[in-house]
Each structure stands twice: as structure tokens, then as C-alpha cells.
Write a protein that binds this ligand. Structure first.
Ligand code: 1CP
Length: 335
């Protein structure tokens, strides 16, 4: 049997599937209680028992239509030999990159290091098989990973510069293409039915650099996922022209952010669309949430649409508001 998302992307059905980015995370008390006892974030991601439990928490609570594996995009630089730490009130902190180390990493060693993630995917797949929900694996897009690897911390304070397209950058991008495919393939083999590609910092690039850093490297991953008969979702966050991205990359589903006008997306893009709602709306009152949810559902009424946010759930979100959101989406079509 098909899942709701698989039906939705084949043809416009009356049911709108819903899941949320960062649905497993700090807004849930059951997550915080595990996190308090597990200070090292990478070890937590590599603990199959706990990461599987965290992945399933929001499914048990809200009945979302898909589970996204509790892991992180920065596990790839970690498995390529670049140390990664998550510091409280600072975010990720990466060790200086060493190309000699990266160039010497073997496929088997990489797979061995990330094996607990694949075991989590297998466990979630088993749990969701009975209920016909999707298991979503994911990777960071090459540009976003390159940025963290060279910048060594979040670029959110604007502290980064565009890199020259020289041999050094070509070398890192080639390694990322190779190992992201290995990571994607292992997640698919373990049971992921969808792969989402997060290009969280695509919006920092000027138009003239998109072909080199965004379109070409993501298309290579999307084509690979398609060869494996698996669904791809791309999220080039804050990119100024989603239509051009879709025309160049051709993903199965496009996730939009909250800065873009949904009616323009609806008028110009023909592939299935996911997301859009500003996560800050969930910090407002129920009336505002209801109005905004209705706006997205009405705008995409004639389209194939998967309900989600325009970025991840914020840590201050009240879980009751997430429950309210899910109820509103489901009751809109009398589901
Ligand atoms: O308790 C904590 O402090 C951990 C917070 C946290 C969580 C819950 C981080 C640290 N990562 C995650 C899990 C995570 N990350 C998931 C799991 C599944 C789910 O969504 O429920 C996913 C898909 C990611 C992906 C991810 N990690 C992205 C892409 C999406 C996005 O948010 O733009 C990025 C950029 C990261 C890097 C990262 N991980 C964590 C932090 C604090 C950051 C840096 C963010 C920044 O630069 O601002």
C-alpha cells in the first residue's frame, strides 16, 4: 500500500499529509529529558536506541505522516574525519579542515562510523511499516556542508565569504558528492523511502554562483536518488528563485521557506510542494495559527501539497500548539 505522501505526489488527493522539520527536538519535554542526560550531541545521534526513541516521539504524540531520522547533517564531516562539537549557546564548532585526512577516508570506514544511523533507519522502518508512514532520511547539500566545514561554525552571524572556485574547493565538493551518495544509498538500503536534501544556506549565495555551488551538486544527488527509485525533497532555503531551482535540479518535491509568497509558488511551480508556514506563527495564538494554516491550504488547494513549515520547529514552541496545527490541517479536508 502507498503512504499518504506517495499518493499525494502521484495525484492530487483530498488528504494533505503533514510532518514538520525538527519535529523531534527541544520543544518536546520527552526529548529534553533524554538530551539532559546525553550532553554529547554526536554520541546521541550515534546511539541507535535513543535516536530511534527520539525519532518516534513526535509520531506517537501527533501521528505525523512521516518520521525524519534523528541525526544531523554534520555527521558527514564528522565521518570524513573533521571533529565536530556542539557547544551550548554557540552551535556547531568544527575542527580545522585537513584535506589529506578527508582524501584518505575509505568507504568502509565511513559506513562503519555512521552504522548506528543506518540501524536507526532500519528500526524506524520496521516500526512504521505497520502504519504506512514514510521514513525520511536526509543529507546536507554540498554547499551548506562546505560552508560549515570551511567556516567551522554557523554562518548565521554573516561571518563568511564566498570561496574561489579553485582546485581545493573542487576537491572538497568531489569528496562530498562521493560520500553523500554513499550516505544516501546506505539510508535507502536501510529503509528510507524519502531523502530530503537541506541546503539551509543557499540563500547566502549571489545568483551567479548558484549553478556551481547549488544546482549542479544537488542535481547530481537528486539524479542518484531517482536511480534508486526513491523520492527526493529539496529545501534550498531562502533562495530567491524557486522556479529556476526546480527547472535546473528537477527534484520530486520542493520545500519552500516562509519569506516567499506561496501564491507565486503556486502559480509558477508544477511539481509537489512542501512547507512554507513561518515557525514563529506557532508562538502566536490559535486564531493566527488557524488563519495562516488556512492561507497555505487554500493557496495550494489545486496543487499536490505536503503540509510542513518554512524552517524547523522553534524550541519555545508549545507542543499543544503543534497538536492544534495538526488538528486544523486534518479537519480542513474532513480527514
Ligand atoms: O539539543 C540540541 O541542542 C540539539 C539541537 C539539534 C537537533 C534537534 C541539532 C543541532 N540538530 C538536531 C537534529 C536535526 N538536525 C535533524 C533531526 C530530525 C528532525 O528534523 O526532527 C535534522 C533534519 C537536522 C538538520 C540540520 N542540522 C540542518 C538543516 C536544517 C536546518 O535547520 O536548516 C542544519 C543546518 C544542521 C546543523 C545544526 N545542527 C544543530 C545545530 C544547532 C545546527 C546549526 C544551525 C545553525 O547554523 O544555525
Amino acid at each position: 500500500m502507498n503512504t499518504l505522501i506517495q499518493n499525494c505526489i502521484k495525484n492530487k488527493s483530498s488528504k494533505v499529509p503533514i510532518w514538520l522539520m525538527r519535529q523531534a527536538g527541544r520543544y518536546l519535554p520527552e526529548f529534553r529529558s533524554i538530551r539532559e542526560k546525553n550532553q554529547d550531541f554526536i554520541s546521541l545521534c550515534l546511539n541507535t536506541k535513543l535516536s530511534s526513541e527520539i525519532t518516534i516521539q513526535p509520531i506517537n504524540r501527533f501521528g505525523f505522516d512521516a518520521a525524519i531520522i534523528f541525526s544531523d547533517i554534520l555527521l558527514v564531516p564528522y565521518a570524513l574525519g573533521q571533529q565536530v562539537n556542539f557547544k551550548k549557546d554557540y552551535g556547531p564548532n568544527l575542527q580545522k579542515i585537513d584535506l589529506k585526512i578527508i582524501n584518505s577516508v575509505k568507504r568502509e570506514d565511513f559506513l562503519q562510523k555512521l552504522n548506528p544511523v543506518y540501524e536507526t533507519v532500519k528500526d524506524i522502518k520496521k516500526k512504521l511499516l505497520m502504519v504506512d508512514k514514510d521514513t525520511i532520511g536526509f543529507v546536507g547539500a554540498p554547499w551548506t556542508l562546505l560552508l560549515y566545514m570551511l567556516n567551522r561554525r554557523s554562518p548565521k552571524e554573516g561571518n563568511f565569504s564566498v570561496f574561489p572556485k579553485d582546485k581545493y574547493i573542487h576537491n572538497i565538493l568531489a569528496k562530498l558528492d562521493e560520500f553523500l551518495k554513499i550516505h544516501i544509498e546506505a539510508q535507502i538500503k536501510s529503509g528510507a523511502s524519502i531523502i530530503q536534501i537541506f541546503d539551509s544556506w543557499a540563500g547566502l549565495l549571489p545568483e551567479k554562483d548558484l549553478e556551481f555551488f547549488v544546482y549542479k551538486p544537488i542535481k547530481s544527488l537528486v539524479d542518484f536518488i531517482r536511480q534508486k527509485k526513491t523520492i527526493s525533497i529539496c529545501f534550498p532555503r531562502n533562495i530567491s528563485n524557486y522556479k529556476k531551482f526546480v527547472d535546473n535540479v528537477n527534484p520530486d518535491i520542493i520545500n519552500i521557506d516562509y519569506n516567499v509568497d506561496p501564491s507565486i509558488i503556486s502559480d509558477t511551480i508544477d511539481i509537489p510542494i512542501q512547507g512554507g508556514l513561518d515557525p514563529k506563527i506557532l508562538l502566536q495564538n490559535k486564531e493566527i495559527v488557524r488563519n495562516e494554516v488556512t492561507k497555505y491550504l487554500k493557496t495550494f488547494d489545486k496543487k499536490r501539497y505536503i503540509f510542513n513549515l518554512g524552517h524547523g520547529v522553534l524550541p519555545d514552541t508549545n507542543p499543544d500548539m503543534v497538536k492544534y496545527l495538526v488538528d486544523k490541517v486534518r479537519s480542513f479536508y474532513g480527514q
